[in-house]
Design a protein around this ligand. Structure first.
Ligand code: IPM
Ligand code: MG
Length: 391
């Protein structure tokens, strides 16, 4: 090849590469267009009509075992629920319905984060108690949690953390359907580069902010802390902050303060000030991270419950994952059911059974048996046996 031929050849290759990149950019722009359209449509679908459980004749509670330690802790949660709701179940006012098929094996086999028939069964229930489900790392499959939160429009993730001896009584209101999560499995890749998207809507922010301020008002709380990274994520977190303040204007009796997520994570380990926080309002991903930190401060992620609330459906779950390591070590029976039981108490409150919720909360507070996932302590079922005695 002479030098002219070589130059021509190089030029051809350069043109081909450039065309390839242009084609990929065009295809990324096309998919972005679809995503934007879908997100605008999602806003239209946000409902506003709330189910009133005081008027509901029959409440159906779906029970989902989940993966890993899920079936172990759920077995105990079911026993406790059956005892607390004995009369309502006998009279048909409460129906417990086992939902099958939300297992990692089935989901992988069908290549669906929540198989359609499972979702259809779920939608026949009013509320769900759900064991942890395994999320495959990488790949395309979305987490079942994220799918369910979206499909059931469970926009408020509420996570209480209390340490009475320290005067800590925190309630986190994590936005649960937007932010980095809504398109987290639908980013785009170009050679040497990956891009994900973060979405914040006016309506989505307004409803979570309202939920947080209503909670504060109804529970005698005087302070709501808004946590973002609006100095960096100017559009999305900027909007979140602005709308949260707009909503706050309707609650003049409540003090509002703003924090960036980095300093807020530090605040939670600052014992000089941390018990002054009350209600914390945050976008999805920050809420995910900080509630694990808060749960750990309380005594471990095994000790905190979590509620996913929408206007129509609600789902209650443990804050932790399916703990595959515990099973690999053959220690599944030592898994702590405390987190799912706390979620169960939240479920009882949600369906207007406050007396039963209180019985469970009291028993959880004073149960003398220690369960930590460690074989030096009690098994999951031994803990539940002791708790049942105290109900
Ligand atoms: C949680 C979990 C989930 C989340 C996972 C399992 C998808 O960490 O509920 O906090 O990231 O929201
Ligand atoms: Mg989490």
């Amino acid at each position: 090849m002479n030098s002219i031929e070589k130059a021509l050849n190089d030029l051809q290759n350069a043109v081909k590469d450039e065309l390839g990149v242009q084609a990929q950019i065009l295809s990324a722009v096309d998919s972005f267009r679809v995503l934007l359209k879908e997100q605008l449509e999602r806003i239209e679908k946000m409902s506003a009509e709330k189910v009133d459980f005081t008027k509901k004749e029959v409440v159906t509670i779906g029970l989902i075992d989940g993966d890993g330690i899920g079936p172990i802790i759920m077995a105990q949660a079911k026993r406790v629920l059956e005892k607390l709701l004995q009369e309502d179940i006998a009279s048909g006012k409460v129906v417990l319905k086992k939902i099958e098929g939300l297992t990692i094996e089935n989901r992988l086999a069908l290549n669906k984060s929540v198989p359609e028939d499972v979702l259809a069964q779920i939608k026949t229930c009013d509320v769900l108690l759900k064991g942890p489900t395994t999320t495959p790392m990488g790949g395309k499959m979305e987490s079942a949690n994220v799918t369910l939160r979206r499909e059931l429009d469970l926009y408020a993730n509420t996570r209480p953390v209390t340490i009475p001896e320290e005067g800590i009584d925190w309630m986190f209101f994590r936005e649960n359907t937007e932010g980095e999560y809504v398109l987290g499995s639908r980013g785009v890749e170009l050679p040497g580069m990956a891009v994900d998207f973060k979405v914040t809507t006016d309506a989505g922010t307004r409803r979570i902010a309202r939920a947080a301020f209503d909670y504060a008002r109804q529970n005698g709380k005087t302070r709501v802390s808004i946590v973002t990274k609006a100095n960096i994520m100017k559009k999305t977190d900027g909007k979140f902050t602005a709308i949260a303040h707009e909503v706050a204007a309707d609650y003049p009796e409540i003090t509002v303060d703003d924090w960036y997520i980095d300093i807020m994570t530090a605040n939670l380990v600052n014992t000089a000030i941390r018990n002054q926080f009350q209600v914390v309002l945050l976008p999805n991903l920050y809420g995910d991270i900080i509630t694990d930190e808060a749960a750990q401060i309380q005594g471990g992620v095994g000790t905190a419950g979590s509620a996913n609330i929408g206007d129509k459906f609600a789902m209650f779950e443990a804050i932790h994952g399916s703990a595959p390591r515990l099973l690999e070590l053959g220690l599944g029976d030592y898994a702590s059911p405390q987190s799912i039981l706390k979620a169960e108490a939240m479920l009882l409150r949600h369906i207007c059974r406050p007396a039963q919720a209180e019985r469970l909360e009291k028993a959880l507070e004073s149960c003398p048996v220690t369960v930590t996932g460690d074989p030096a302590n009690a098994t999951c079922s031994a803990y539940a046996d002791a708790l049942m005695e105290m109900l």
